[in-house]
Design a protein around this ligand. Structure first.
Ligand SMILES: NC(=O)c1ccc[n+]([C@@H]2O[C@H](COP(=O)([O-])OP(=O)(O)OC[C@H]3O[C@@H](n4cnc5c(N)ncnc54)[C@H](OP(=O)(O)O)[C@@H]3O)[C@@H](O)[C@H]2O)c1
Length: 167
């Protein structure tokens, strides 16, 4: 499985139910990487998407504990076990966990590759991705040149698992 995330200097990823910042080139890369693939998300992340709707052109899998939750066109799972069972129906390289914090933390042990847009700024945040620089199981394997969006500098960085993922 893959993860895709935009994280700041402190691995902050969100505040008040929203992203910290929206960088057009990052959004474009997100679209092209996940197009035609399977995206896995928590209920709060779904509700933060435009119109609170599943992403078009992708298979959407949403985790919620609410047994009557409806999201048109999305597959809904209600616990970790059924989520993992659902994810296993697809080739691991086609599955992208797109957040938020609770899903990233839950699914990291099952993840081989993490695509990070790393923003060189410390925002006020209330949601975080696990620190992969200090993580014993992950290593950085690719790093783009620096890009800028107004006064923000950011890079596209890839981390890969050093140890076998849980299956
Ligand atoms: N920077 C980025 O790349 C990025 C990407 C995605 C999201 N974000 C940000 O991250 C924040 C959202 O993250 P979050 O951690 O608050 O929410 P989340 O992970 O998107 O969703 C949390 C919800 O998932 C459901 N859930 C989680 N674990 C579950 C379990 N074991 N069983 C059943 N349901 C479970 C629950 O839904 P119910 O409450 O319905 O039961 C829970 O409230 C937002 O600020 C968002 O903008 C950032």
């Amino acid at each position: 499985m893959n993860m895709i995330v935009a994280a700041d200097k402190n691995w902050g990823i969100g505040k008040g139910g929203s992203l910290l910042v929206s960088i057009p080139a990052d959004m474009k890369l997100f679209r092209s990487q996940t197009e035609g693939k399977v995206v896995v998300m928590g209920r709060r992340t779904l509700e933060s998407l435009p119109g609170g709707l599943p992403l078009k052109g992708r298979t959407n899998i949403v985790l919620t504990s609410n047994p009557s939750y409806k999201a048109p066109g999305a597959v809904i799972c209600h616990d970790q076990e059924s989520l993992l069972k659902e994810i296993k129906k697809y080739p691991p390289e086609d599955v992208y966990c797109i957040g938020g914090e609770s899903l990233y933390r839950m699914l990291l042990p099952y993840t081989d590759t993490v695509h990070v847009t790393r923003i060189d700024f410390a925002f006020q945040a209330d949601r975080y991705f696990p620190d992969l620089d200090g993580h014993p199981d992950f290593i950085m394997t690719a790093e783009s040149e620096e890009h800028t969006y107004f006064d923000l500098e950011y890079q596209f960085v890839r981390y890969e698992r050093k140890t076998p993922a849980c299956v």
